[in-house]
Write a protein that binds this ligand. Sequence first.
Ligand SMILES: Cc1cc2nc3c(=O)[nH]c(=O)nc-3n(C[C@H](O)[C@H](O)[C@H](O)COP(=O)(O)OP(=O)(O)OC[C@H]3O[C@@H](n4cnc5c(N)ncnc54)[C@H](O)[C@@H]3O)c2cc1C
Length: 387
Amino acid sequence: MTERDQYDVVVVGAGPAGSTCARRCAELGLSTCLIEEHAAIGYPVQCAGLLSARALAACQVSEKPVLNEVSGASIVTSRGSRLTFDAGTTKAFVVDRGLLDREMATAAADAGAEVRVKTAYVKRSGSVIITRGMEGKGEIACRMLIAADGPRSPVARDLGMERPPVFLAGIQAEVPREMGGNLVEIYPDASPDFFGWIIPSGKGRARIGLAGRREVASRFSRFISQQGVRSCCHFVTGTIPIGVMPRTYGHGTLFIGDAAGFPKPTSGGGVYTGVRSAYHAAETACEACNEGSAADGLLCRYERRWRAELGRDLELGFRLFSARGKLTGEEVHQLVRVLNDPSLKADILTYGDMDQPGVLLRRILKNPKIYPVLGILLRSGVRQIIK
Ligand SMILES: Cc1cc2nc3c(=O)[nH]c(=O)nc-3n(C[C@H](O)[C@H](O)[C@H](O)COP(=O)(O)OP(=O)(O)OC[C@H]3O[C@@H](n4cnc5c(N)ncnc54)[C@H](O)[C@@H]3O)c2cc1C
């Protein structure tokens, strides 16, 4: 296609959400253009690369990006309590995000989408997207726009859309470290409004990081020095939006992935939910093109679709995120001690699901062994959680 032709769909941003949406739109027969501001897709990496088995399957990539497998987790508090649950089988994968993103964009190109790197969205003027690229200013005409341009979302800002309510900062270093197992370690006290993590990313390597609202850089420095880290092979910083924007469509545009605030508020993981939002957006974009309308009355189908699949867990996750911010270090310590009860650990192993926290939460709250810390949960706002 030449620059003057009109595409059915332009997707802005070749992260997991954008590449999935572009691939799916092309598979559905839409003329599709995927633009990415960077010259190299997948870089800079802004991710810990921990994906549930379900998330990795949704990405539809080969095994090449997989660096390691994870079978469970340990929650470690600075007051000395520890809760370890190990399923003894692979529950999640640690991936090379750069490679994962490249494979996903390649799949979009293979499906027929036109992929243009070093092409940045600047603004929209009617049905024309103004871009900036290697050859200077450009114009791309389209019937539908998909904003998959990550947490900063220049598209959402340009179109005056209301943004997600909370943005966390995340910092991570890849360090030489032998963890001697396949468990992720979670450190709630490393970041009192979220958590810190250490992820085994392959032989002799680990990813150590944290995310939070405040004092993130100083907390990160303290955390890595407590962990005895001296060398860093790869450093990552990024933003994690928490809470979906109030309206994920408008101005002939659908907002997907981090651009819309899809990361899970309990973990900050956004690949799975972002990819799922992309499938719903592609389906809606196809209907919009076939029915010749990008009006809100049609685009709201996208929101109905993602809400039906993801809405309940995302809302519950947001309430859990708010409750977590109210817990003191001592309360987290008490919770971890109580969760060590064998019947609660059995519930965690049976019903724990990185992508759907609601199932486990409802189960645990029915278990009488949780009663000793019910007061703590009620103070943190659990009444709203179980509504
Ligand atoms: C420290 C940290 C750790 C994380 N760990 C995990 C984890 O372990 N597991 C997990 O699932 N998630 C994790 N996440 C979240 C995850 O990285 C995101 O949810 C995911 O990348 C979202 O995918 P996306 O496609 O929506 O956006 P992105 O991956 O952010 O992709 C957006 C793309 O849009 C491009 N873009 C931006 N502006 C423009 C423009 N104007 N024009 C053209 N292109 C543009 C960007 O260059 C980028 O390529 C983590 C995030 C951080 C910060």
